[in-house]
Design a protein around this ligand. Structure first.
Ligand code: GNR
Ligand code: NI
Length: 168
């Protein structure tokens, strides 16, 4: 097992678009295990491969209190999204200390492969729906900050660069 290091906004590598996984093999399962370990250690409720500088369509999520309900999504696709939107407070391990509201579809239906490469579908609402959409954004090179006003974005960039300097 290994802890992976998480990229911090505004690192340009967070803008890379992830490629689909062609074969779900041991290499992918090892990456999934390391991503889960990194997510639990952080701690966070989700992690996209993009955040650990791997540009493949892989997501891990666990929204359970007990950290015993790991969900893995490989090559995820949203196949249905409710017209009804919902605003919720989001945070991101790549933008530590920043929380703000984002509006997204309230309910979604997702299709993906599990860690054995088998297809499955899932309907999600609440925090799980928010999290899946947040992680899928990472795979497309987007972070939740991109939805905020330009003024907020530049303030957040300034804050992140200052933090980065202080920890260097
Ligand atoms: O840990 C996380 N919490 C969270 C809270 C509200 C909405 C989304 C998230 S995802 C985040 C982990 C992360 O950055 N995943 O990319
Ligand atoms: Ni995030």
């Amino acid at each position: 097992m290994a802890l992976l290091s998480i990229l911090h906004y505004p690192d340009p590598r967070l803008k890379k678009v992830a490629k689909p996984v062609s074969v779900v093999d041991e290499r992918v399962r090892t990456l999934v295990r390391d991503m889960a370990e990194t997510m639990y250690d952080a701690p966070g409720v989700g992690l996209a491969a993009t955040q650990v500088d791997v540009h493949e369509q892989i997501i891990v999520i666990d929204i359970s209190e007990a950290h015993d309900d790991l969900r893995v999504f490989i090559n995820p696709e949203i196949i249905e999204a409710s017209a009804e939107l919902k605003e919720a407070e989001e945070g991101c391990l790549s933008v530590p200390g920043i929380y703000d509201s984002v509006e997204r579809p309230d309910r979604i239906r997702v299709k993906a492969l599990n860690k054995f490469g088998e297809p499955f579908e899932l309907e999600a609402d609440g925090l799980l729906a928010v999290c899946i959409q947040h992680e899928m954004d990472h795979l497309r090179g987007r972070v939740f900050v991109d939805y905020l006003s330009q003024l907020k974005q530049s303030r957040i960039k300034g804050k992140m660069r200052k933090l980065e300097r202080e920890s260097a």
